[in-house]
Ligand binder design. Structure first.
Ligand code: IPE
Ligand code: IPE
Ligand code: MG
Length: 265
């Protein structure tokens, strides 16, 4: 439930928003600061945006916080990002629990150090019955890695005789994707920092998501930027391969034929 006036009609609000939070390093560099300062300020932006999304009544928010490829960054930067995550989980615990937020994650969390993985697992369990918003952290996450893991699970199920390969459709395959067990379909992807790429995020889930790109660097991203993305989304017509006329006909069903005396067609 939304707590404040919505920037767009409730039925035009995306259910699931994903954000590629990019530009921390450039934000810092442009101010003559170390990259780590950008990550610190980026963590503050996370707090602001989670709070705003929850107040607006968005059902699910996925934040791409650390990619499978980000492990290749300098060790001290990786260490700092892990430390920020640990701190975030500790400092936001109460707010998450008090605001009905359910924390989930996608990605290879077994690769995370124990001082991040353990509080993450704890907060996921503690918030599991919350219903107001799902906050999904994509951690050690890669779209290709996730699809490959689903393919492995599917192959194993086929070897056990539980799945007939001839019956595998996209719908069947999707059941093996961890996101489909945790999240509604992705409606809107936001990427900050002016980059126009998806950098291995949610490759499967992006099939029919709307894309919103902004020049804003992640540490500067706030409620107004989220509103701008939602207003942009609300203006889109999602056709899923159909024609505009078909979409309009579903949105506004034609008036019913009169029961008697209607003109023949
Ligand atoms: C996003 O900001 C944070 C992570 C990817 C973890 P970057 O650190 O990628 O910042 P830029 O892209 O170098 O500016
Ligand atoms: C994408 O940003 C990953 C996250 C935001 C966590 P990157 O900064 O890693 O992406 P590239 O390297 O610009 O594609
Ligand atoms: Mg980047």
């Amino acid at each position: 439930m939304a707590d404040e006036p919505l920037p767009v009609p409730a039925d035009r609000l995306p259910r699931h928003v994903g954000i590629i939070m990019d530009g921390n390093g450039r934000w810092a560099r442009s101010r003559g600061l170390p990259r780590g300062e950008g990550h610190e300020r980026g963590a503050d932006a996370v707090r602001t945006v989670v709070r705003a999304a929850r107040k607006m009544g968005i059902s699910a928010l996925t934040l791409f916080a650390f990619s499978s490829q980000n492990w290749d960054r300098p060790p001290e930067e990786v260490f700092h990002l892990m430390e920020l995550l640990r701190r975030y989980l500790h400092e936001e615990r109460e707010e998450i629990l008090e605001n009905g937020i359910r924390l989930v994650s996608v990605g290879q969390i077994d690769r995370l150090p124990a001082h991040v993985r353990e509080p993450l697992e704890e907060l996921k369990a503690a918030s599991a019955s919350n219903r107001d918003m799902i906050l999904c952290l994509a951690l050690s996450y890669g779209g290709r890695e996730t699809i490959t893991a689903a393919a492995r699970d599917l192959a194993r199920a086929a070897l056990r005789g539980e799945v007939d390969p001839d019956t595998v459709t996209p719908e069947v395959f999707e059941r093996f994707m961890e996101s489909s067990r945790l999240l509604p379909p992705l409606d809107l992807l936001v990427r900050t920092s002016g980059e126009h790429r998806v950098s291995n995020f949610f490759l499967w889930e992006l099939a029919y998501a709307e894309l919103h790109f902004t020049e804003t660097m992640w540490p500067d991203f706030g409620r107004d930027d989220l509103v701008e993305a939602l207003v942009d989304y609300a203006r889109r017509e999602r056709r899923f391969g159909k024609t505009s006329e078909q979409v309009a006909a579903v949105a506004e069903p034609a008036p019913a034929e009169p029961a008697h005396g209607g003109s023949a067609r």
